[in-house]
Design a protein around this ligand. Structure first.
Ligand SMILES: [Zn+2]
Length: 262
C-alpha cells in the first residue's frame, strides 16, 4: 500500500516524502545539536579506533557517537562553536580573524559576518582554505590579527614549539587564540618518539597516522614557554555532564585559550 501511494506521487513530492521519513527516523528528544538546532534520537558514530586512544584517555578522541545527522558537525566543533559564540565577540564584532585548518561548519558562519579580515589558512589545499601557508613560517605580518582559531593542528607538527611562537607573532598584543589539541588524561607528560615515522606506526603509537605525538596536560607549559598566557575554560564542567551528553559534547574536553601579553 505504501508503495502504491509513493508511486502515485509526483517526483518532487516523493523527494519531500523521503526527506520527511529520513528526518522523522532521526528525530528524538534525547539529544539536541547546538549547531543546527535539530532534536535527535542520537548522534551518529565517527572517529578512529586505535586502542591507544581509549587506553590513554585521549580527549577528545576514539570511536564515538557524535556526528549530527543533519549538519554533520561533531563534538569538538560544537564545543568550539559554543565557546566562540558565548565567550568571545567573534560573532558580534567585526575584526581581523585567522582561522587555521578551518572547521567548515564554523567557517561558513564566520565568513558571512563581513569581518575586516577573515583568513582561512592551511599548508595544503583543503575545502574552505583560501591561503596556503606553513604554520611555522606564516605569510602574515606581525600583530596582523585580533584573534585566531587553530584547533587540532599542533599534534601534526613536528616543530610544534616553532608553530606556537609563530602563531603568537601574528596575533596583536592582547589578542586571543583558541588552541585545541587532543590530550591524554592518563599520561603525566607529552609523549613523542622521532623514530615513529610511518603512518602505520603512528596510528598504533599516537592513534592517528599523521599525528607525531600525544600531548598530556603539560601542553599548556609548552604554550607558556612560547610566550602565550593560557587559561583553561571548562564549559562542560560548568554546564554539567548530563547537559553535555544531551548536546553531544565530549566529556572532559576543555578549551585552551591563549592570549598574547599586552
Ligand atoms: Zn546539527
Amino acid at each position: 500500500m505504501k508503495g502504491v501511494i509513493k508511486k502515485a506521487l509526483p517526483g518532487g513530492a516523493r523527494t519531500m516524502l523521503r526527506q520527511f521519513q529520513w528526518r522523522a527516523g532521526r528525530f528524538g528528544l534525547k539529544h539536541r545539536c547546538l549547531m543546527c538546532g535539530a532534536w535527535l534520537k542520537d548522534f551518529e558514530p565517527r572517529g578512529a579506533t586505535a586502542a591507544v586512544l581509549a587506553d590513554l584517555q585521549i580527549t577528545p578522541g576514539g570511536y564515538r557517537r557524535v556526528t549530527c545527522p543533519h549538519c554533520h558537525s561533531y563534538d569538538r566543533e560544537r564545543l568550539l562553536y559554543l565557546f566562540l559564540r558565548d565567550r568571545t565577540d567573534i560573532f558580534t564584532k567585526r575584526q581581523k580573524v585567522l582561522h587555521f585548518s578551518p572547521e567548515l561548519c564554523i567557517a561558513e558562519r564566520l565568513a558571512e559576518l563581513g569581518h575586516q579580515v577573515y583568513a582561512t589558512v592551511d599548508l595544503f589545499p583543503m575545502p574552505g582554505v583560501a591561503v596556503l601557508s606553513d604554520i611555522c613560517r606564516l605569510s602574515f605580518r606581525t600583530d596582523a590579527f585580533d584573534c585566531l582559531i587553530c584547533c587540532h593542528v599542533l599534534e601534526h607538527i613536528i616543530e610544534d614549539r616553532a608553530a606556537m611562537t609563530e602563531l603568537l607573532r601574528v596575533v596583536k598584543p592582547g589578542g586571543w587564540a583558541v588552541l585545541q589539541v587532543p590530550v591524554s588524561l592518563k599520561l603525566d607528560a607529552t609523549f613523542e618518539d622521532p623514530a615513529v615515522t610511518t603512518d602505520e606506526d603512528r596510528m598504533r603509537v599516537f592513534g592517528q597516522g599523521d599525528h607525531v605525538r600525544i600531548y598530556a596536560m603539560d601542553y599548556i607549559d609548552r604554550l607558556r614557554e612560547s610566550g602565550w598566557q593560557v587559561e583553561i575554560v571548562d564549559l562542560i564542567a560548568e554546564m554539567g555532564h548530563a547537559k553535555a551528553r544531551k548536546l553531544g559534547l565530549f566529556i572532559g574536553e576543555r578549551i585552551f585559550l591563549g592570549r598574547k601579553p599586552a
